[in-house]
Design a protein around this ligand. Structure first.
Ligand code: NAP
Length: 492
């Protein structure tokens, strides 16, 4: 166990006026430990007030002047830059941030002589270059926090970032991976040995992948993390639309369990699982498109996985082999059983769609004794699903109206039609609800799909995608922690 202090949250102040920076600071003050003033983003008319600002701020400040090559807006000569920091020597800044290839050695000596500190930084917006970690190490020194921000373009790049970083001896540093693939590095600073992480004011993003201080402090419990805090997460592509962190993190907090749950964007599972080993990940939710491919990385599976061929939950003892479950099916069934308050035996159901989710749902319905017909737009897929689970199938179209009328107790919508670009579409528009059906759409964003709105209008009972989402998450939480989900923690 390390005795390093917990890392801090640094709010990047993005102007354009100093009064705006002050407002950003006040609004996030409870959730931050330090702030960085990006002078390159501040209107030149306000530069005379920078030192006064540093005295007003009331918390440790970094003064930074970034150029376009480092993601900033300042353009000027080296002499202008030196004059800028010279003028700042009278300010109450804790750190000057100087790029590692543009040091100001004489000025630095004066600054360090006053007991102040330096951040010596470099940025790479194209990838994770060879030698980046050695460059970070070379920047370290007395009074210096070394900073590197690189930009992984893939899971393999992110693995390189984590591996390289973990080969370094402990040091006074901040190492960040920007963008989607590196997002977890912004949350897991304690585990990665960074002294702080950077955050943007709500609604602003000073660098790719930054989130806001409240999300870091409250959702991810950033300041409570230690190097050995358990890590859970969700892997997918895309993944940042997920609600899962808002389900699992509050539950971990409500039970007083150490742990944080983060989204992981991935494009390559072997590299991603190597990252999991390095970051100590011990529980994973798995979403599109990995529910089948993750099985190559799982040593033991439940009956639900074996029956459906899909896995949405992985867990393990630290360092041990992964086990896999599919909580989609029970998560789908639990609200259904509650709504109908009793056995489903003998009911007749229409399942619209033949994708991964439909497979789990058809299996669970069959297990419960429901007579199922599947409707699919791709006959081969519908046919093969019907064969696998011994149910009937029909094409997805008006020619199947009578088939639906013959399976009217439960109408279950499992396609992705009704969300995103197809939010204005209803895959069953040709079917007129009678009001006696129970309509269940597993899409959870939007809450009210066109399909559900129409069913509700006809007087049907309704179940939402969110009901299933919560049900499957409860099952995952049990796998991750061995404890029941504390329902009072659920605030979606
Ligand atoms: P998937 O494996 O990609 O399957 C998608 C299904 O939608 C396929 O049957 C596909 O048909 C069909 N489809 C797509 N576009 C269509 C169109 N224009 N017309 C007719 N059919 C169309 O995805 P999945 O994992 O099953 O997920 C499906 C949906 O369920 C997603 O919206 C997902 O977010 C949601 N979901 C929700 C939960 C929850 O907890 N609420 C859990 C899992 C999934 P083809 O095969 O013919 O292309």
């Amino acid at each position: 166990m390390s005795h390093r202090p917990p890392p801090g949250i640094c709010l990047v102040l993005t102007g354009p006026r100093l009064k705006d920076c002050l407002k950003q600071l006040q609004e996030s003050r409870h959730h931050i430990d330090l702030a960085e003033l990006r002078a390159d983003l501040v209107d030149r008319a306000d530069w005379d007030g920078l030192n006064a600002f540093s005295r007003q701020a009331g918390l440790p400040l970094i003064l930074t002047l970034r150029q376009p090559r480092d993601g900033g807006k300042w353009t000027g000569t080296p002499a202008d830059r030196e004059a800028f920091f010279q003028a700042a020597l009278d300010g109450d800044w804790t750190w000057f941030d100087l790029e590692d290839d543009q040091r100001l050695l004489a000025l630095e000596a004066q600054w360090l002589g006053k007991g102040r500190r330096l951040v010596v930084s470099f940025h790479d917006f194209d990838g994770v270059p060879d030698g980046w970690a050695a460059r970070l190490l070379a920047a370290e020194g007395p009074g210096i926090t070394a900073k590197a921000a690189v930009f992984p373009q893939s899971s393999t790049d992110f693995l390189k970032f984590v591996t390289d970083l973990q080969t370094l001896p402990q040091g006074d540093r901040v190492a960040l991976a920007m963008g989607g693939y590196g997002f977890s590095s912004r949350v897991l600073a304690a585990r990665l040995g960074s002294r702080w992480t950077y955050a943007s004011a709500p609604g602003q993003t000073a660098a790719p992948g930054q989130t806001d201080p409240q999300t870091l402090a409250v959702l991810y419990r950033f300041r409570e993390q230690a190097p050995d805090t358990p890590v859970f997460g969700i892997v997918g592509n895309p993944v940042f639309h997920t609600k899962s962190p808002f389900i699992h993190n509050p539950a971990l907090a409500a039970l007083g369990l150490a742990g944080t749950y983060v989204p992981f964007l991935a494009d390559d599972l072997p590299a991603f699982f190597a990252v999991c080993d390095r970051l100590g990940v011990q529980g994973l939710s798995c979403t599109i498109p990995f529910k089948e491919d993750v099985l190559l990385h799982v040593a033991e599976t439940t009956a639900a996985v074996k029956a459906t061929g899909a896995c949405n939950t992985l867990w393990r003892q630290p360092g041990g082999p992964w086990k896999g479950d599919n909580t989609d099916a029970p998560g789908f069934m639990a609200p259904l059983a509650e709504k109908l308050s009793g056995s489903l035996e003998g009911l007749r159901a229409t399942v619209v769609g033949t994708g991964g989710a439909a497979r789990g749902i058809v299996w669970a319905l069959k297990e419960a004794g429901v007579k199922v017909v599947v409707l699919g737009r791709t006959p081969d897929k519908a046919h093969s699903l019907a064969l696998d689970f011994d149910v009937d199938w029909a094409p997805l179209g008006p020619e199947s109206r009578l088939v639906v009328e013959d399976h009217p107790d439960l109408i279950i919508q499992t396609t992705s039609v009704g969300m995103g670009d197809t939010e204005d579409q209803d895959p069953l528009e040709w079917y007129d609800f009678t009001g006696r059906e129970l309509a269940y759409d597993i899409i959870y964003a939007p809450r009210w799909t066109k399909f559900l709105t129409r069913a509700k209008k006809a007087g049907c009972k309704i179940l939402f995608g969110e009901d299933m989402l919560v049900g499957q998450a409860f099952g995952q939480f049990r796998r991750f922690t061995g404890q029941d989900y504390p329902k009072e923690a659920l605030k979606l």
